[in-house]
Design a protein around this ligand. Structure first.
Ligand SMILES: NC(=O)c1ccc[n+]([C@@H]2O[C@H](COP(=O)([O-])OP(=O)(O)OC[C@H]3O[C@@H](n4cnc5c(N)ncnc54)[C@H](O)[C@@H]3O)[C@@H](O)[C@H]2O)c1
Length: 439
């Protein structure tokens, strides 16, 4: 990232914008990515997808650095952006001194609709965009941000299908070319406990990893749709996106991707095969399974068993455990080298804030971060498990990532993200879920 003396400063922009609002789109489109001067300038941040995580991530970013200013927001649904405004106003009321301008989203910098993010990118000068929309939209939202020259924090998972994952990787490669940072919402990679354990494993503390178990067995399954009179099929689906595989990828992708990412990260490669099963026992709405159990084969006799469940009232376990030739590790907890005392690295850092600290540091120190490939590989790993459970077949990594003749390589779920922007969404048939095998 090289300094660009000709890039307009924030102060320049404010001065000009007072008199020349009409020129804002041209100015924003022309501005190259800036390297931030140490601590002195505001870091202007916009948010795409203003739901729970949108509000949470915006606050994490505000907490990460006093120079951060949330300047713009885009959401498909107007009530969500209103709630986002209220969340940030409550944070500002509690945390800012009178006159401190760190939350400056206005009706003019709030954009509603499926194309709102495009309007926001064209109209509002920003340094960083936070993407906290539903999973399936992450590739097109990232692509648009990178093309517009923005640094990005994009939530996990990468996408809902292999086509989307590869599109996210391509956007990440373009970001690298443009010297833009992209940090993904796999916050364990910014947690000092995970980082220290990962380093110890890399340094040979427990020998070669041979096997593992990863879990996201939780509850909180939503049992009813949220409905608003008069909404379009697209608005209904996005309001209830967690219920539809087409938008969330199923919970093995949306949630369990975190634990699968840890397995890939510690082992150092994605798996070669997945063989799994799953089903739906309790969920009355949408088209997702509510449990999966998948065996991942990483080659070289390394295997990881993955379990995830979203059923209320069952035993809950979320985490990872890996066994090496000379010890074992709970990546988010203790390292147990054989014959030596267990060690637990010091924690105490909020990784949700730390990922924004690291993103902002990369803008200041001119060393862009690129986390798209890791999150995309973890997502493809989860998609392999989902496809194996849905089809009853063994699924190979190459068929998602390399073999262009494979139907899995070309799998794109419908409705596609573009259908939402075009308004051509058909809601998937209610209660129809994949059932593998024959009677
Ligand atoms: N890293 C973590 O621990 C963590 C935790 C929770 C959620 N997440 C991720 O954050 C993202 C958002 O989850 P959430 O719980 O906030 O969901 P949410 O439903 O509360 O918020 C999503 C928001 O995005 C908006 N949206 C969706 N598609 C859009 C589009 N095409 N254009 C504009 N707006 C759109 C929705 O209207 C909604 O306001 C997901 O990717 C989810 O997987 C990550």
């Amino acid at each position: 990232m090289s300094p660009n003396a000709s890039a307009p400063t924030r102060r320049d922009f404010l001065r000009r914008s007072a008199t020349a609002v009409a020129s804002i789109p041209a100015l924003a489109a022309a501005a190259p990515p800036r390297m931030l001067a140490a601590g002195s300038e505001r870091i202007r941040v916009g948010v795409i997808g203003c739901g729970n995580r949108g509000g949470g991530a915006a606050i994490n970013c505000l907490e990460a650095d006093p120079a951060v200013e949330i300047v713009a927001a885009a959401d498909a649904l107007s009530d969500r952006s209103a709630k986002f405004g209220a969340t940030l106003a409550a944070w500002a009321e509690k945390n800012l001194k009178p006159g401190e301008r760190r939350v400056t989203v206005t009706p003019e910098t709030t954009f509603i609709g499926f194309d709102g993010y495009r309007k926001m990118l064209a109209a509002v000068p920003m340094d960083i965009v936070i993407i906290t929309s539903s999973v399936a939209f992450h590739p097109i939202h990232l692509e648009a941000c990178v093309r517009a020259g923005k640094h990005v924090f994009v939530e996990k998972a990468a996408a809902a299908d292999p086509v989307g994952c590869r599109r996210l990787i391509a956007a990440g490669e373009l970001a690298k070319e443009k010297k833009l940072s992209v940090v993904a919402g796999t916050q364990r990679r910014h947690d000092p406990v995970y980082l220290e354990n990962r380093k110890a494993v890399e340094d040979g503390a427990i020998g070669r990893i041979l096997s593992g178990r990863v879990w996201w067995c939780g509850g909180n399954a939503r049992l009813e749709y949220e409905k608003v009179d008069g909404e379009t099929p697209g608005q209904f689906m996005v309001r209830n996106w967690y219920q539809f595989t087409e938008l969330c990828g199923d919970h093995i992708i949306e949630q369990h991707v975190h634990n699968l990412d840890v397995a890939n990260w510690f082992i150092g490669r994605p798996p070669q095969f997945a063989l799994g099963f799953g089903g739906r026992a309790r969920r009355p709405i949408g088209n997702r399974y509510d449990f999966f159990s998948v065996d991942y084969d990483y080659g070289d006799d390394v295997t990881v068993h993955s379990m995830c469940r979203q059923i209320n009232g069952c035993y809950q376990r979320i985490g990872e455990h890996l066994v090496g030739a000379t010890g074992s590790v709970w990546p988010g907890g203790k390292l147990n080298p054989a014959g030596k005392a267990a060690v637990k690295p010091k924690g105490g850092v909020n990784p949700y804030v730390q990922e924004h600290v690291d993103l902002i540091a990369s803008l200041r120190n001119g060393r862009p971060l690129s986390e798209t490939r890791g999150v995309a590989e973890a997502t493809l790993t989860a998609i392999m498990g989902r496809l194996s459970a849905y089809t009853g077949q063994i699924v190979r990594w190459v068929d998602l990532a390399e073999n262009q003749e494979s139907p899995f390589y070309n799998l794109q779920l419908s409705p596609t993200p573009e259908d939402f922007e075009k308004g051509t969404v058909t809601i998937p048939a209610e209660g129809v879920i994949p059932i593998p095998g024959t009677a």
